[in-house]
Design a protein around this ligand. Structure first.
Ligand code: D5M
Ligand code: FE
Ligand code: ZN
Length: 490
């Protein structure tokens, strides 16, 4: 039986050898590939009549070159950018600050540091300054303020809530009465290991809560910082994955270079001064069981080479590149920046600034806190009714808790450093996250909360979890306004 593949080539007076046949047959969309191959041969290798794997390589290289040429920067965009100043500085990067060898002593130091940093922030609350040590709450006290780390949150059979709090002097049990609806509601989103303040009284045994105080945001009047340019945010590109949507990514770069979309879109592209990448640039290897089957590029070095080839077309705006859980760096957070060991070409690209996860950067006056967002997995597990699509709510919570990954010891591996770098000490203008592959935008107390989605189509794993990614949609902050561009055809 002659296969339809062979037939199609025969019609074009072409033969196909065994290796090329197997390769074509293994392609998800071989009809398209055959049509393209025939076209390529007619136009470029007219003297050939046998298709070999070399012909396929030649075709692929030719395609790459064609796409590359259509992507190269528009002269107008180039001229505009040459006249723009693009100053930036890294306010917080933990890459070379990591000293842990992971013993228990470090863990105590780590939690003490978390406690001290957040206590200072809670104490800035004007109604909260005379803090009682928890060890001194075992007598009757009409009024007290304590600050502690949450060891546990439980419900009683009568519908009250019991919080176990700990400070460096001891532990205490806090009762939240069920008729205090606001507080009971607040308890729904309190997480293990976060730091809170309690305003209340003590009956000598239990502390009765009047109010729960979060570190939160004390800013009184919030005004947008001046911004007459645009910042583009992406993450979760997953280069190397079979599901990486290269066509959408190429269109994105083409747009960034002023060569895609209408006049408005070109104008928008011309105003872009920075690109921030929030992790999972590549798909990595061995990140989850059986990942091999989902990989188009099975070698980590080659994945970063491919990333360098794709990002190489963005040549004259600074790219801030922070890692995620699929990147080749320590998995435990804070994750040091990706290094030359795995990503030589990217590190050599002069407009790429490798930073840690998390990190805080100042882009011409706009402070961006970049955090990949692994802790969302833990928050989704811990809070009833939250899904991976609720990043705007989860980002609000993180800001109220002033901590990027409150829960210790679950899916988010946290290195027990001497210092807790996930505490949000300095408030940003933008909190940029990724990881969930679903974009979102909200503004909260003057801070832009932005999740940048993905360039990876739905994977088998995500099907099981019913995670529907927003693939190829790119958020942009332009003059303090949010815009979303779609680079998918469908
Ligand atoms: O994450 C891709 C998506 O999969 C994102 O929505 C989070 C989700 N995800 C990743 N790991 C887990 C685990 N362990 N449990 C539940 N959901 C998860 P990515 O980091 O790109 O693989
Ligand atoms: Fe991802
Ligand atoms: Zn991720």
């Amino acid at each position: 039986m002659t296969s339809d593949i062979i037939k199609k080539f025969q019609e074009a007076k072409l033969l196909v050898n065994n290796n090329a046949y197997s390769e074509i047959k293994g392609n998800d969309d071989y009809d398209y590939l055959i049509t393209e191959l025939i076209k390529y041969i007619e136009e470029n290798e007219n003297d050939q009549y046998i298709i070999t794997t070399k012909t396929i390589r030649n075709y692929q290289e030719h395609e790459r070159q064609r796409i590359h040429e259509s992507i190269i920067e528009n002269p107008k965009t180039k001229e505009i950018r040459e006249n723009l100043e693009m100053p930036y500085d890294i306010i917080l990067d933990v890459t070379n600050k990591s000293y842990t060898d992971g013993d228990i002593e470090d863990l105590n130091k780590y939690f003490n540091n978390r406690y001290e940093k957040l206590r200072k922030i809670i104490e800035q609350n004007p109604e909260f300054n005379k803090v009682t040590d928890i060890k001194n709450t075992k007598t009757k006290l009409e009024s007290l303020d304590i600050i502690g780390i949450v060891n546990s949150v439980n419900s009683t059979k009568n519908g009250h809530k019991i919080l176990e709090l700990e400070d460096p002097t001891g532990t205490g049990t806090v009762l939240v009465m069920k008729d205090n609806e606001d507080l009971i509601n607040d308890c729904q989103t309190i997480l293990k290991d976060e730091i809170i303040g309690i305003d209340g009284s003590s009956n000598g045994n239990l502390i009765i809560a009047n109010d729960i105080v979060h570190p939160g945001i004390q800013r009184q009047s919030i005004v947008d910082k001046p911004m007459d340019f645009s910042i583009v945010f992406i993450s979760d590109v997953h280069i190397g994955s079979k599901q990486f949507d290269e066509s959408a990514f190429n269109k994105f770069i083409k747009w960034l270079n002023g060569n895609y979309g209408g006049e408005d879109q070109q104008e928008l592209a011309n105003s872009v001064k920075y690109l921030v990448i929030g992790g999972d640039l590549v798909d990595g290897i061995g990140v989850y069981p059986n990942q091999e089957k989902e990989l188009k590029i099975k070698d980590i070095y080659e994945q970063y080479e491919e990333a360098a080839r794709l990002l190489g077309d963005i040549s004259d705006i600074p790219i801030i590149l922070s890692p995620g859980n699929h990147d080749a760096t320590r998995l435990a957070e804070p994750q040091p920046a990706i290094t030359e060991k795995y990503a030589k070409e990217l590190c050599e690209q002069k407009n790429i600034e490798m930073v840690s996860n998390p990190s805080l950067v100042n882009l011409d006056g706009i402070k961006v806190l970049v955090y990949h967002g692994r802790s969302f997995d833990d928050i989704v597990m811990a809070i009833n009714g939250y899904t991976h699509a609720d990043t705007d709510n989860m980002m609000r919570l993180l800001l109220e808790k002033r901590h990027l990954a409150p829960i210790y010891g679950e899916r988010t591996a946290l290195a027990s450093e001497f210092e807790d770098y996930h505490v949000i000490e300095e408030l940003p203008d933008v909190l940029h996250t990724g990881h969930v592959h679903i974009n979102s935008y909200a503004k909260y107390k003057g801070i832009h909360l932005l999740n940048s989605g993905t360039f990876q189509e739905q994977t088998e794993f995500q099907k099981i979890y019913n995670i529907v990614p927003t693939c190829g949609q790119v958020p942009i902050l332009t003059n303090n306004k949010f815009k979303l561009l779609n680079f998918r055809d469908d």
